[in-house]
Structure formats: C-alpha cells, structure tokens
Design a protein around this ligand. Sequence first.
Ligand code: GLY
Ligand code: MN
Ligand code: MN
Length: 437
Amino acid sequence: MSIPPREFVRRRNQLMRVMGDGAIAVIPAAPVRLRNHDVEYPYRQDSDFLYLTGFQEPEAVAVLVPGRGPGQYIVFCRERDPVMETWHGRRAGQEGVVERYGADDSFPIGDIDDILPGLLEDRSRVYTTLGRDPEFDQRLMGWVNRLRAQGRKGVHPPHEFVSLEYLLHDMRLHKSRAEVAAMRQSAKVAMAAHRRAMQVCEPGMMEYQVEAELLYEFRRNGMTPSYPPIVGGGANGCILHYTENDGELRDGDLLLIDAGCEHEGYASDITRTFPVNGRFSPPQRELYELVLEAHAAAVAKALPGNHWNDPHTAAVTTLTRGLVSLGLLKGRPAKLIKDEAYRKYYMHRTGHWLGLDVHDVGDYKLDDQWRLLEPGMALTIEPGLYVAAGTRGAPKRYWDIGIRIEDDVLITADGNEILTDDLPRDADAVEELMSDR
Ligand code: GLY
Ligand code: MN
Ligand code: MN
C-alpha cells in the first residue's frame, strides 16, 4: 500500500485542527450508480471520502467531531452479513473499520438516522459538500431539522453550513511523499501502456484494438483507467473528447491516444500522438515539432513561484508564432495572441491539477489572481493543435492532423519533475520505438 494508515490519521487531524472545536464534518461515500437493469457501474469511491478514510466500500458515511471525548472519527458502514457477502463481496463491518481503518467508533449504516442527530447536537458548524449528492443533502437537512424541532427542549442545532471543499481541496492540492509515490506507480503503468500501443499499432487495425492493449497493460498491473481512453486516428484525433474508438487506423494518419490509469485512486494522464505506420509525414512532423516546442516552453515555466497560468501563456505564445511561420495564421503574433486567434487550432488550456481526480481539485485563482505554483503540486502539461478538415485559412496539407502531447509534472523545490518523462516524446524517439517491434 502506498499510502500508510498514519497518513490518513494525519489528514484527518489536520482537517479537524482547522475546523476547530464546535464543528463537525459529514462526508458520505459515493453512491452506487445503476448502469442498466440489475447492473451497476464499476464502483469508484468519492475522492474526498477516500482521501480522509482510505475506505473503498459504498454505503458509508465518515464523521469527524473534533474534540469529542469518546472518539473524534466515526464511520457508519455496512454490517457484516454472510449472505450478502456471498452474493456481493466482502465487507469490513464495524470491527474491521475500527481495526483496519483507524475509526474510533463505527455503527451500522442503517442506524445513522438514530445516531447522527446526536452527533450534530451542540455542534455549531457542519462541514460538508452540498450539491454533489442531492439525496444525501436532503437526509442531512432532515437530521438537522429534527434537532431544530427539539429547540424548546434546549437542544442546539447547528446553525452554519460550511463548504468542506475549501479546506479539504487545498490539502489535496499539496501532495505528500506517499501521494507522489502512488502517482509515480500510476505514471509507470500508463507509460508502459502507451509504449505497448506504439509498438502494436499498424495500418488496418481498429482503434478499439489499440485501446484493448492499453486496458490490458492497466489491468495486468492491477489498475483501472482514470478516465475512458481516447484512441483517435486521423480526423478523430481532432475531436477533443473522442471516445467511440471504433474507427480503422489508416496508413498515413496520425493516432492520438490520451489514456491514464489510477493507483489507489491516484491518476496518471498521458497523451501521445504518433504515426499509424511508424513514420511522420513532413506536414505531420512540422506540426508535431511545434507542439513539442510549446510543450518544452510550458514545462520550462512550471516552476515554484511562477503563476498557474505561466505555462499556458508560454504554450500559446510558442504555438501562435509557429502557426504564423507555417502559414496557418496570418498577422502579428502579439495581436493574434491578444485576440486568441490560436483558439481555432488550440481550444483547450495547457493543463489541470492532477491527483485523486484526473482533473484534480484546488483553486486555480486566489482572490482573482492566478495561484503561485508550489513544491508538491502536480499538474499536466498538454499543449496540442487540431486542424479539422476544411478549417478556414488552414492549408490542405495540414487537414485532419490532431496532435496533443501530455505529461504529468510535479513541482519541486528547485523546478519540476516530469513523472512521465520515460515515455518517448521526441518525434525521432517515437519513430525509433515504433520500428523496434
Ligand atoms: N484526459 C483528460 C485530459 O487530458 O484532461
Ligand atoms: Mn489532461
Ligand atoms: Mn489527458
């Protein structure tokens, strides 16, 4: 296990310290979601819940009650049940959650209506996340309302609801050593998956056959995808969130693969773009080299003390100048940047926080100013260019070329570390890997 139990204790204590006495945090596990009749989607724990508990079961609620004598960390979860466990799988039960997950106390989830109001009593502030699970929000209001109805008996219901995300997401934004270790594991397997895809790819294959190779590499290492893989050949590479993955890979086209996996919940998120036949054509290489240059310019700005937006500015500056040189944009680069003319070919941003969620939590701005990068923050750098056929002003030789190069970057004390650096990125290195099969 990458994240040791003491780290979960540290996280809970840190949160409770900031919440202060008089507060209570109520954090539900993710609900089970139905895929179709009698079939559930694969269960994925809520990232906030996972961050604080390490507990992977559904139908659970974690409660933090700072300063409560008999125990500050209480978990409601499913009871042990031999029949249910035979049908649906093992459960930790109340004893398990105390012994293995460090809860001070645990109750059956079925008893929450009777017990939780008592925990809320005399607590003035409730830290929770409203709006994510409306059904749970309603139950929480129901518990508070029950206390309100007892006001005349001298019961003090909470009178303030505070957003849990505000504190928790700032904690999640700063990765600990153990979290970085988990992200390294995830990155390692994702790199192996991309390498495998480059080595099996050949004209005539279907996109889903390459997707299968990615999934094989994830699963043989005990991991799952951190989002549905994007495997888009030719024109499909110009569709940013393409996930059908059902096209044929044609000789002379590029293949864009955006795929990552998760380890103990921690995501990797990698994109590589390579020629289906193993050799970049001249127009493909021209655009590829430009995206690569933008990638390098962005990584060079991902430094402690720089603003969140500095890498993006570096990428759009490089891309715009290059687009002018190649004849895809006309005009003065400074004006084109100001007018965001590059958006015709580059319509997304250069990255996002990365962690338990692939688009991880954490504010990008503080008080309306871009946040400063700090050691321990993890983000992606992912510039791209997408020239859909028929784009006005785009020379025909560039049509249907979609390129993105995405890596996972950790901000360090003296610069940054690309966690996914071992996967070939330079055009020559990609060609060399593809010829080695
Ligand atoms: N794979 C999602 C993203 O690159 O943001
Ligand atoms: Mn990304
Ligand atoms: Mn991605």
